[in-house]
Design a protein around this ligand. Structure first.
Ligand SMILES: NC(=O)c1ccc[n+]([C@@H]2O[C@H](COP(=O)([O-])OP(=O)(O)OC[C@H]3O[C@@H](n4cnc5c(N)ncnc54)[C@H](OP(=O)(O)O)[C@@H]3O)[C@@H](O)[C@H]2O)c1
Length: 306
């Protein structure tokens, strides 16, 4: 089968190529998925798990990309909950070969069924941004109806999903970002938008939850906005400044079938719209990874047509 591989940590992107690879092995509780569409994170060549397994052993050549949508073609021993021929989408393990491949082995519990009328290209754009937004708002931020949430980077990949989820949950949503993102953020459900380059973040007033995707000085200044009992959540780094009378949380997204299933229902109903950017072929994936080739929205690698 064909896959995109990276071979040499020092070479990074220069060592990325389209390669013939052995068909993957379905370990216990795995499924093999024929990948129709895949997503990647531009920074993943900097992640240790791209180069080594959980025990720290070199695992190159490794296949990047961890978001996928496709069809189950094989079940490993003992695998339950999914069947051959089923449409699925989800998140591949960080420390195993990923989704920029014609076939990939994934633990079944990291995947959810995909409704027949949801396109693989759209579904592949959702696992990381959808799960991160969900877990940040509701698991870590404990956001509830009637509360106020401030979402940094509201027009970006994770922020735009967080805005839609928070708005639908009945929260008042303050979004931030640059002027170029204002109209998109307002259209997605932001009640008030703050342009961080020309307006004062502190004008947001007190909020119950801050959801940060920017980090640094913006994150540190956000701690003072959290009202008593509230939460400062960051997906970029642990906050250096703590809210005076609240919690601060940094977390890394985890696979979750129940949350993926809920996200898929919202996709099907049109209540949730991930922003898909360029759609490229597997052979074009190395070029798509390059910093000069990014377009707004999530770049999707379309590998197999329906
Ligand atoms: N911990 C986790 O599990 C997890 C999961 C997913 C992502 N992440 C991380 O979260 C971060 C965001 O991911 P993403 O996919 O949402 O990125 P993205 O699509 O680039 O979105 C970031 C948004 O924030 C805006 N922004 C960034 N810096 C800004 C600044 N100084 N002032 C105003 N606006 C600013 C960007 O505007 P411009 O586009 O105009 O710059 C963009 O709209 C990345 O660092 C990613 O690695 C972590």
């Amino acid at each position: 089968m064909q896959a995109i591989t990276v071979r040499d940590r020092n070479a990074g992107l220069a060592g990325m190529s389209l390669t013939d690879m052995p068909y993957p092995h379905a370990a216990e509780n795995d499924v093999i998925v024929r990948v129709h569409a895949a997503g990647f994170t531009p920074g993943e060549l900097d992640w240790p798990a791209t180069w080594t397994d959980r025990a720290g052993r070199d695992r190159t050549p490794s296949v990047p990309g961890h978001e996928l949508s496709g069809v189950v073609v094989e079940l490993g021993y003992g695998t339950t909950g999914l069947s051959v021929g089923q449409r699925v989408f989800g998140l591949a393990d960080w420390a195993r070969d990923g989704s920029l491949a014609e076939y990939t082995a994934v633990e079944a519990r990291n995947l959810a069924p995909l409704p027949a009328d949801v396109d693989h290209t759209v579904a592949a754009a959702l696992p990381i941004s959808g799960l991160t937004a969900w877990q940040g708002l509701f698991d870590h931020g404990r956001l509830t109806t009637g509360q106020t949430v401030l979402i940094h980077g509201a027009a970006g990949g994770v922020g735009s999903i967080a805005v839609q989820l928070a708005h639908e949950a009945g929260a008042r949503v303050i979004g931030t970002g640059r002027a170029s993102g204002r109209d998109r953020a307002l259209a997605l459900g932001v009640d008030t938008f703050i342009d961080l380059e020309t307006e004062k973040l502190e004008d947001a007033g007190e909020v119950d939850v801050v959801f940060d995707v920017i980090g640094g000085e913006i994150l540190d200044r956000s701690a003072a906005l959290v009202r008593a009992g509230g939460t400062l959540v960051s997906i970029v780094m642990p906050p250096k400044v703590q809210p005076k009378d609240g919690r601060a949380v940094f977390f890394v997204v985890e696979p979750d079938r129940a949350q993926l299933t809920d996200l898929a229902t919202r996709l099907r109903d049109g209540r949730l719209k991930p922003v898909v950017g360029a759609v490229r072929s597997l052979a074009d994936a190395p070029a798509a990874f390059g910093p000069g080739n990014r377009t707004p929205g999530k770049t999707i690698i379309r590998i197999t047509e329906d």
